[in-house]
Design a protein around this ligand. Structure first.
Ligand code: ZN
Length: 240
């Protein structure tokens, strides 16, 4: 399936961006992209795997929603992640979900365990992040490995139609219409958590911004936000 090469490359890049941003450490965490109603591309593991930060396009394999190879040889030498149900159940839940990032950002996990709720504590500092927080960031309260369809459905139910969910004592799941957007949401969520932890460490209280400020926090459109932000993330990878 040669026509999938650009999407494989994009998912691999997204894995490297997530690792470069500290949203995953070592070998844990994976990103997927819907191909059609029965197939997805997902970051798999192999014997030569050196971690998410070093993901290669070849590590992104085509599989069916049931975990079997999407075409001949796709899983030769590769293993599907244990937490495949996170991706499958999230994709099945909403047709507009075309990409899923399951990551383990330490700051988000720490903030949740510290009892901090993610709220729009800032505005123009990161408008997409503020909007994400304003809509609510739900928490799936179980710290389990999500390796069955039943647990995947439970997590999706906790997600309650929002684009991101915090898995307590575990990580996050971010779903979006594009692979970059799934990772950008995760970066914004991580920044909200880092700022919340900083405010608490400085002895402050995390409070939502004034309701009247929202009229002057416009959606600046994807060209200004998502597209420019993704170009920046890719440039950072080169620079490192
Ligand atoms: Zn996980």
């Amino acid at each position: 399936m040669g026509e999938l090469a650009p999407l494989r490359a994009e998912v691999a890049q997204a894995c490297r961006v997530a690792a470069a941003r500290g949203l995953v450490d070592g070998t844990l965490g994976h990103i997927s992209a819907r191909v059609d109603d029965e197939h997805l591309l997902i970051r798999c593991r192999s014997d030569s795997d050196t971690g998410v930060a070093f993901t290669r396009p070849d590590d992104i394999r085509l599989i069916r929603f049931d975990g079997s190879p999407g075409s001949t040889g796709e899983l030769d030498g590769y293993e599907v992640p244990n937490e495949l149900p996170i991706h499958v159940e999230t994709l099945l839940a909403h047709p507009e979900h075309r990409a899923v990032a399951h990551l383990h950002p330490a700051a988000v996990v720490a903030a949740d365990l510290a009892g901090i709720r993610i709220e729009p504590i800032y505005g123009a500092f990161d408008i997409p992040g503020a909007r994400l927080a304003r809509g609510g960031v739900p928490v799936y309260p179980r710290a389990v490995l999500i390796r069955t369809a039943e647990l995947g459905k439970e997590m999706v139910a906790a997600m309650a139609g929002r684009p991101v969910v915090i898995c307590r004592g575990h990580g996050i799941t971010s779903a979006a219409a594009t692979v970059p957007q799934a990772v950008l949401q995760a970066i914004s969520l991580d920044q909200l958590a880092c700022m919340s932890l900083r405010i608490r460490s400085a002895g402050g209280t995390c409070r939502p911004i004034d309701e009247s400020d929202w009229t002057d926090l416009p959606n600046l459109g994807p060209a200004f936000t998502a597209e420019a932000a993704w170009r920046h993330e890719l440039a950072r990878l080169e620079w490192r």
